[in-house]
Design a protein around this ligand. Sequence first.
Ligand SMILES: Cc1cc2nc3c(=O)[nH]c(=O)nc-3n(C[C@H](O)[C@H](O)[C@H](O)COP(=O)(O)OP(=O)(O)OC[C@H]3O[C@@H](n4cnc5c(N)ncnc54)[C@H](O)[C@@H]3O)c2cc1C
Length: 268
Amino acid sequence: MLLAPVEYAKPSTLEDAVRLLSGHDGARALAGGQTLTNVMKARAAAPDVVVDLNGLEELRTIERTGDGGLELGAMVTLSELVRSSVVAETRPILGEVASHIADVQVRNRGTIGGNICSNDPTNHLPPVVSALGATMTIRAAGGERTVGPEEFFLGVYMTAVAPGELLTKITIPAAAGARDGFASVPIGRDGTCIVNAAAAVSDGEARIALGCVAAVPVLLSSAAEEAAVRRAVQDAELDPPSDVHASAEYRRHLAEVVAVRATQEAAA
Ligand SMILES: Cc1cc2nc3c(=O)[nH]c(=O)nc-3n(C[C@H](O)[C@H](O)[C@H](O)COP(=O)(O)OP(=O)(O)OC[C@H]3O[C@@H](n4cnc5c(N)ncnc54)[C@H](O)[C@@H]3O)c2cc1C
């Protein structure tokens, strides 16, 4: 199906991008377009104006922070996460997980910002940034604010980025001895996840984020031993959806399995 008529703007500064987004009720940011153009073609979204972020070089940077963490511009593509030596030296899990998202065309266009802003519950990166304790910087006409994952992910396709606002960067804390892991049961090798989990393990303690089992990543803390991880998942009393790929009961079972695998990968 063809796109409905829509105005197009490609600002070259962040200020102009925010001005355009906040100045039009029906404006939407366009990052890699891997989700937005599809939902526009399906007429599930019909913005009046798309504000293309691809001219904003300041959103494309990958930098090490002073304390050994990472600062990732929202427009860093999934392929750039895979190729970045800074990411590989700092929190390699980001590149490893990104390398399994869909196919090379999607990875070359899709961005970390678009991936977490769309907050599709089956996406790979919302649980990863949640387990790593990332903070997200949101720019509005009136200034900027920084929020953690619990405040950022609000519901299916909903985040703390309100209309008129932009996600500008994702800050990942230094590993400081923590090791990270990820496990999933996807549909096909690099397909959509049925259930996934990311874990950051430090001093025998795991911070685990489960994906695909609720509208937002489910964050758990647990000792890193298998029995403790299983108990933490059981105690979360998950109420996952049932669909053609898995029943709710099977997803609950898989949640335990991938939480244990992600934790073991991190601790290995
Ligand atoms: C065939 C296919 C298979 C896929 N499979 C997977 C998969 O298995 N796992 C997975 O994780 N992902 C998957 N994806 C999604 C893909 O990885 C992209 O991350 C995702 O499509 C969004 O990224 P994007 O940069 O293309 O964003 P866009 O499509 O441009 O934008 C998505 C949404 O986020 C908003 N947005 C984007 N950037 C910003 C910003 N900086 N500030 C505010 N709002 C913003 C847009 O307005 C829009 O609402 C798949 C995509 C396709 C097409």
